[in-house]
Design a protein around this ligand. Structure first.
Ligand SMILES: [Zn+2]
Ligand SMILES: [Zn+2]
Ligand SMILES: [Zn+2]
Length: 147
């Protein structure tokens, strides 16, 4: 099992459990995002009696700890993705093939300024996920729909 991941969980003061490590391992092996059901099916090969609610709970705990990312698809299904990039960044998510690419660009400085100037408020956090079609899917002239 991945000792770096175990160390990382400890740093976050998250309990290192075999199930959490297995979920991270499964997501790490995947180039794209997975649904909770897909993760559950893979988990059942390692933990025969594991239930879907347990998988859901562990996914949420890992996502809350920012160990894994939630991907909200336009089809309204929730997915999860592992990314080891520790620099502040956002994700460009392909809605067709599930590829995820890092975008190390963030306009939060301008947004903070806008919120301060127009609303006299202060930004404490932000979420940004950019959905689209990746280069490969554009090449294949993807015309499908995800709804
Ligand atoms: Zn794609
Ligand atoms: Zn990333
Ligand atoms: Zn940002």
């Amino acid at each position: 099992m991945d000792s770096d991941v175990a160390e990382y969980l400890r740093q976050l003061r998250m309990k290192v459990t075999p199930k959490r490590l297995a979920i991270i391992d499964i997501l790490k092996k995947e180039s794209g995002y997975l649904s909770p059901e897909e993760i559950w099916r893979r988990m059942k090969k390692r933990f025969a009696r594991i239930g879907l609610p347990t998988v859901y709970r562990n996914l949420e705990e890992l996502a809350n700890g920012k160990v894994i990312y939630r991907i909200t698809h336009p089809n309204r299904q929730l997915y999860y993705f592992y990314c080891g990039n520790s620099v502040h960044h956002h994700h460009f998510v392909c809605v067709a093939c599930r590829a995820v690419n890092d975008i190390e660009y963030c306009a939060i400085g301008d947004l903070q300024e806008e919120v301060r100037r127009k609303l006299s408020g202060r930004v404490v956090s932000h979420l940004l996920q950019v959905n689209g079609l990746c280069r490969n899917c554009l090449k294949k002239n993807y015309k499908g729909t995800w709804r």
